[in-house]
Design a protein around this ligand. Structure first.
Ligand code: 5GP
Length: 128
């Protein structure tokens, strides 16, 4: 088993500068940019620069420095958008689709930060 990273995925191309993006924040280890198909008034994707397929890959193999940087970048994006509770913002939702059941389309770890309107329940309740 193990993780098989495809370096031709669209976020790898964004990191290499082969596809443009609208950057919100960039650090040594992380990049935050606007989703091309926003699902809410604010929809930002936060990705590590390292080649991690998904969250469990990142949790298992990323360095402490990368994990701290990624976590802080997510918080900094919330601050930049003025939706963080520390600022008195209205909040947001974080989610990370993983694998087939998570319906992950791009096989490079990304956290969706969505905000800007009430987001409703997390999941439909018509199925267990
Ligand atoms: P997933 O379903 O893998 O969690 O989400 C992938 C996300 O990437 C989708 O929300 C989709 O709109 C976004 N996306 C796909 N291709 C591009 C792209 O080329 N640029 C940007 N900024 N977002 C993209």
């Amino acid at each position: 088993m193990g993780y098989d990273y495809d370096d031709q995925n669209v976020f790898a191309k964004i990191l290499r500068g082969e596809i443009p993006n609208t950057t919100v924040l960039e650090t040594d280890h992380s990049l935050a940019f606007r989703d091309i198909n926003a699902q809410a008034p604010e929809h930002v994707l936060v990705i590590p620069k390292g080649p991690y397929v998904c969250f469990d890959h990142f949790a298992a193999e990323a360095s402490a420095e990368e994990i701290v940087d990624f976590t802080r970048t997510i918080g900094d994006v919330a601050q930049a958008l003025k939706v963080d509770l520390g600022y008195g913002g209205d909040g947001y939702r974080l989610l990370s689709n993983t694998g087939a059941h998570g319906v992950q389309e791009v096989p490079h770890l990304h956290i969706h930060l969505v905000a800007g309107r009430p987001l409703g329940r997390m999941l439909c309740r018509d199925q267990p």
